[in-house]
Ligand binder design. Structure first.
Ligand code: PLP
Length: 428
């Protein structure tokens, strides 16, 4: 089979029409699939056949999206989920159970922090949150015999820190656990974590993958790199017989796709957080233009960041594409094609000024979202984090004046003019 380049895969991977078939991926809107005899159905239940059976476990449109995302990330297999939250949850539940422990960066998306620190804790899975700047030795020292995963975001949301892949993959290898990386904010167009030592990649496809703010979804991609047999004692579920599938051993039977087959066979079966065919269709369409959009989002965000840096009403700007940014070196190393479309900045005058700025915007929309083709902004202190005291907000890295902007693909002059006029009206 021809190996295509990334841009070609955005458009061509996952679905190819045969003669007389629809040119565009069809939406197969079915809950179930017909068979002529019982043994054929029995083969599905024994995982002897990968044909479709029931949409909770997989369906053709969703499968096409899984194949496309796996191709874009350079992985061996993918599993789509109903949301990014579900992707992170079942990734962990696939290898962790009550009594286990994971290590995760502290500066990750708040929803994931809550999932790990509160909900999974109630399930008996403990998380140690770390400052991502600690040394490899310090990370390794935090591992315990029950530690099952190391987790970080390639580009932190909203911290906009770039993960030090060399350090984290080195630590994961020393501990003997998979490195799991949420690649949502960077997208595979800018960063491919599997090439930098990650073993499993997760996504909220809700963001850049869809790219048009139309559907919530998630994805897990396996790299096929982690040696489950070497750590068989730690991951019995991967290597020992699964009695619910007549004693199948996932790694022995499915090799480099074992993690994803287990996710489908156990997690989609039992938790049911499946992506719907219509959502897969829309996300698949979104990915067709991912390479083009990410280039433009990054270019526009870079120009807006530079504009903001010299604006008298702006106190500070955080964008890893800026030469003087703390994460710039890592951005050049791990995502050299661009620093993505999200940036944060502080309006002079604190919380009131931040709130005031938003009210004057005309083009940019105030929405709880990033990754849309439309420029979107949020003032976390007065919205997503408003229930917290100022001290609590600061502890979470949310300064009172912080504005998070997801720069869209509109004309750059129009975006800058909108930010400029809104900044000039602050306090007036
Ligand atoms: N991971 C990251 C980095 C996110 O930014 C988000 C949502 O903002 C999620 C996961 C959760 O995704 P979803 O909203 O699709 O459940």
């Amino acid at each position: 089979m021809t190996e295509y380049k990334f841009e070609t895969n955005c458009i061509q991977a996952g679905y190819k029409a045969e003669s007389g078939e629809p040119q565009v991926l069809p939406i197969v809107q079915n809950t179930t699939y017909r068979y002529y005899n019982a043994p054929d159905v029995a083969a599905l239940f024994d995982l002897e056949s990968s044909d479709f059976m029931y949409t909770r476990l997989g369906s053709p449109t969703v499968n096409a999206l899984e194949e496309k995302m796996a191709a874009l990330e350079g992985g061996t297999a993918g599993i789509a989920t109903s949301s990014g939250q579900a992707a992170n949850l079942i990734t962990m539940l696939n290898i962790c159970e009550a009594g286990d422990h994971i290590i995760a960066c502290a500066n990750i998306y708040g929803g994931t922090h809550n999932l790990f620190g509160v909900t999974m804790k109630k399930m008996g899975i403990e998380t140690t949150f770390i400052d991502q700047d600690i040394s490899k030795e310090e990370i390794v020292a935090l591992a315990k015999p029950n530690t099952k995963a190391l987790f970080g975001e390639s580009l932190g949301n909203p911290a906009l820190t770039v993960l030090d892949f060399d350090k984290f993959s080195g630590a994961a290898r020393e501990i003997g656990v998979p490195l799991i990386v949420d690649n949502t904010l960077a997208s595979p167009a800018l960063c491919q974590p599997l090439k930098h030592g990650a073993d499993i990649v997760v996504h909220s496809t809700t963001k850049w993958s869809d790219g048009h703010a139309t559907c919530v979804g998630g994805m897990i991609i396996e790299g096929g790199t982690f040696d489950w047999n070497k750590y068989a004692d730690k991951y019995p579920g991967m290597v020992e017989p699964d009695e619910s599938y007549h004693g199948i051993k996932y790694v022995e039977k499915f090799g480099k796709q074992a993690f994803c087959v287990k996710l489908r066979a156990q997690m989609l079966r039992d938790i049911g957080c499946t992506m719907a065919p219509m959502i897969a269709f829309l996300t698949f369409q979104g990915l067709d233009t991912l390479h083009l959009r990410m280039e433009r989002h990054s270019e526009n965000a870079m120009a807006v960041a530079k504009f903001l840096q010299q604006h008298p009403m702006v106190d500070w700007v955080k964008y890893p594409g800026l030469e003087d940014d703390d994460d710039h070196e890592r951005q050049l190393k791990y995502m050299p094609k661009g620093a993505s479309g999200v940036l944060c900045f502080g309006v002079k005058g604190g919380r009131a000024a931040g709130e005031d700025f938003l009210t004057h915007l005309e083009l940019a929309s105030i929405v709880v979202h990033v990754g849309d083709i439309r420029t979107s902004v949020l003032h976390p202190a007065s919205t997503t984090h408003r229930q917290l005291s100022e001290e609590e907000q600061l502890a979470g890295g949310i300064r009172p004046e912080l504005i998070r902007a997801s720069i869209g693909c509109e004309n750059l002059d129009d975006i800058i003019a909108d930010f400029d006029q809104a900044l000039n009206k602050v306090g007036k």
